[in-house]
Design a protein around this ligand. Structure first.
Ligand SMILES: Nc1ncnc2c1ncn2[C@@H]1O[C@H](COP(=O)(O)OP(=O)(O)O)[C@@H](O)[C@H]1O
Ligand SMILES: O=C(O)[C@H](O)[C@@H](O)[C@H](O)[C@H](O)COP(=O)(O)O
Length: 184
């Protein structure tokens, strides 16, 4: 795990990619981070092509090939991000090669990896309603997951805590300052 060093210019510098397996809490924490720190928010799951959603909803895991176009869409959004405003985007980004693709889009990219046990994540996934992702795909998600290495620009958060605590911790790990107290 690499802790981010330096502190400014905080809001302008960050493109935070919130990553992790399905139901690790990406959408929840990304939205909370965006609201607290005044970042623009993009839900990467909404950018999957229809075929990918169809595959997953039928219990079929995505292949590297299935994910390429989707990753390039997210990379495009990262490359075009407003340089004066932070961006937080969710993307499972399970493999190192996927993260390399995203990181190549901008030097502002930092990964926030949401890490937790399979049991904890399965219990949260089982409670989540109205989502296309079936519980049966969780093992393939863990199978594909390559946690960020020490040479990657990434911080890792243990998701066992409650949402408010996670937000506080993420803010500290990423050296963020609440939007209301930051001068752009
Ligand atoms: N820290 C947490 N504690 C308890 N439940 C959580 C926490 N974070 C997220 N959840 C719940 O877990 C489920 C999956 O979270 P979600 O944000 O949709 O994950 P992802 O975007 O990674 O699939 C949701 O029902 C969400 O409300
Ligand atoms: O790369 C993948 O296999 C997908 O991105 C996957 O990780 C993601 O979980 C689904 O898109 C469902 O979305 P949730 O992450 O919100 O469950």
């Amino acid at each position: 795990m690499i802790e981010i060093s330096g502190s400014a210019p905080v809001r302008a510098a960050h493109v935070i990619v919130v990553m992790g397996v399905s139901s690790s809490g990406k959408s929840s924490i990304a939205q909370a981070l965006a609201a607290r720190f005044g970042f623009h928010f993009v839900e990467g799951d909404d950018l999957h092509p229809a075929e990918n959603v169809e595959r997953m909803s039928h219990g079929l895991p995505l292949s590297d090939e299935n994910r390429l176009g989707w990753l390039d869409t997210i990379a495009g959004i990262i490359a075009d991000a407003d340089p004066c405003r932070g961006l937080v985007v969710t993307c499972s980004a399970l493999k190192r090669s996927y993260r390399e693709r995203l990181a190549a889009a901008s030097p502002r990219v930092i990964f926030l990896h949401l890490a937790g046990s399979r049991d904890l994540i399965a219990s949260r996934m089982a409670l989540r309603e109205g989502h296309f992702m079936p519980l049966s795909l969780l093992d393939s998600q863990f199978g594909d997951l390559e946690p960020p290495g020490p040479d990657e620009n990434a911080v890792t958060l243990d998701i066992a805590r409650e949402p408010g605590e996670l937000l506080e911790q993420a803010g500290k790990l990423l050296h963020l300052t609440p939007a209301s107290t930051v001068t752009a």
